[in-house]
Design a protein around this ligand. Structure first.
Ligand code: ZN
Ligand code: ZN
Length: 169
């Protein structure tokens, strides 16, 4: 049982870590797909929860979920049930964190529970939708601070590269 729980947690932790640092933040700095599909205002719950059939929305969802796959393959040997539970919980969290679009409010007790465990609530994720440089970490809030440092580094690289290209021309 402990092994299943550990694998479930590890899958979500490592998946969110890789997704945040190798997809989400780089997309915010260099890309436009995530910003267009995920940070535009007044979209429906179906849109944000990747239940939409729009190809670009689905692509953003798939690319964000891809980093979970290598973690799932590695952890499969340790506990396949743990991996399946982690993937189901991860998918459930995608739907849950977008319920703000339905006007739902998370009960106080659940917010306190999530704050203790460092889990992103729908309210916190909604803040990210409105202010794209805040509240990083799709599942875990403790990725927010290192993600902001990573964002600043990548932005510095991007601006430095642009400057270097301009002086070359
Ligand atoms: Zn979202
Ligand atoms: Zn974002």
């Amino acid at each position: 049982m402990l092994k299943i729980l550990m694998v479930t947690y590890l899958l979500l932790f490592l998946g969110d870590l890789l997704s945040t640092f190798f997809y989400h933040i780089p997309e915010h700095v260099f890309g436009s797909l995530h910003l267009k599909t995920h940070h535009s205002s007044q979209k429906t719950f179906f849109h944000y929860a990747v239940l939409s059939t729009n190809v670009l929305v689905m692509l953003d969802g798939i690319l964000g979920a891809l980093p979970y796959l290598p973690v799932a393959v590695i952890l499969w040997k340790v506990s396949s049930i743990g991996v399946i539970c982690g993937l189901i919980l991860g998918q459930f969290h995608v739907w849950w964190r977008h319920t703000s679009a339905l006007g739902w409010k998370t009960p106080k007790e659940i917010i306190t529970f999530c704050e203790i465990l460092g889990i992103t609530t729908p309210e916190r994720h909604w803040l990210h939708h409105h202010k794209s440089t805040q509240a990083y970490g799709d599942i875990f809030t403790f990725f927010d601070q290192p993600a902001k440092v990573w964002w600043r580094w990548l932005r510095f690289l991007k601006l430095g590269f642009k400057k270097a290209m301009k002086t070359k021309l």
